[in-house]
Design a protein around this ligand. Sequence first.
Ligand code: SF4
Length: 291
Amino acid sequence: MAKIYLVKPYGFCSGLKRALCLVKDCEKRYSQIYLLGELLHNPVVIKELRNKGIKIIKERDIDFFKNLNEKEKKETVIIVRTHGIPKEILKKLENFGINIINTTCGYIKKICIIVENLKKEGYWIVIIGNSRHPEVKTIKSFAEDKGLIYKKNLNFKNNLKVGVVSQTTLDETTYQTALTHLITDFPLKELRIFNTLCPEVIKRQREIKKLAKRVDLMVIVGGRNSANTKRLEEIAKREGCQTFWISTFKEMENLKKLSKKFDKIGIVSGTSTPESFVDLVIKNLKEGGNK
Ligand code: SF4
C-alpha cells in the first residue's frame, strides 16, 4: 500500500469557517436566504447549501430585492461572499433596505482599506491578480478610476506614484516576478508594495512545494474553479510532481487504483475544501491499497 502524506493545515481556512457560521445563523433567523455569487468555490459545499433551499444569485439579478414588500424584506437575507462584492453593488443593496450579512474575509477587507487610503493619497493602484476573479473586482472597485490590473505590458507615464497589492490567493513566485518587473522596468516616482497574500494560503503553498519533491503523486483536493486550489496544482507540477485532481464524491472511486500504482502519495487541499471530504479521500486511498 502507498504511504500517504497529508499537507497541513487542511480543511476550511478561517475566512470560510466564519462565513459558514454566519450562514448557519441565517438559517435560524430567515426563511429566504440568498447568496450573492457562490460563497466558496467548492461543488460539494455548494450542493449542500442548495439542498437546504439557499439560493445563489448573480449581481445582475439584485433588482429583484427592490420590489419586495416590508414583510418579505424582514424574512429575507442576502449573504455577501468571502470574496466581497464591488462597493457600488453593496451600496445599491443597502439602499434597498434589505438584510445583508457580509462575510467578506478580513484579509480582503484590509486590502480594500489599503487601496482606499492609497487612492486618497494620490497613488495609482496596481492589483496583481486575475481581473475576472470576484475578489479582484471587489478590490478594484475601491481603487475606482485609479486602479490597474497588473499585466506585462502596463503603460505607465513617468513620475507616477504607485501602490501595489495582490489577490490573496496568488502564488509567491508569480507575485515576486510581477514585483521585480514593476521595480526594474518602470521609471516610477514612488512604488509602495503591500504584501497582501493570505498567510493561510501561503502556508499550504510552502508545504506542498516541499512535499512535491518527496512523493510520486500529489492528489489535489478542491473545486476546479477555486483559485487557491489551482495554484496548488501549478506548484506541484512546477516541482515536477504528477498530480491527480479530485473535486466531487463521484470521482472518489478513481482513487482506489492509485494506491497500488504509486508508492508515495501526497494530499493537499484548497482552503474551500471541507476537512471531512479530505478524510474521505484518505480513506478511499487506503481502502484501494488493501484490496
Ligand atoms: S483563503 Fe485567506 S483570504 Fe481567502 S477567505 Fe480564506 S482566509 Fe480569507
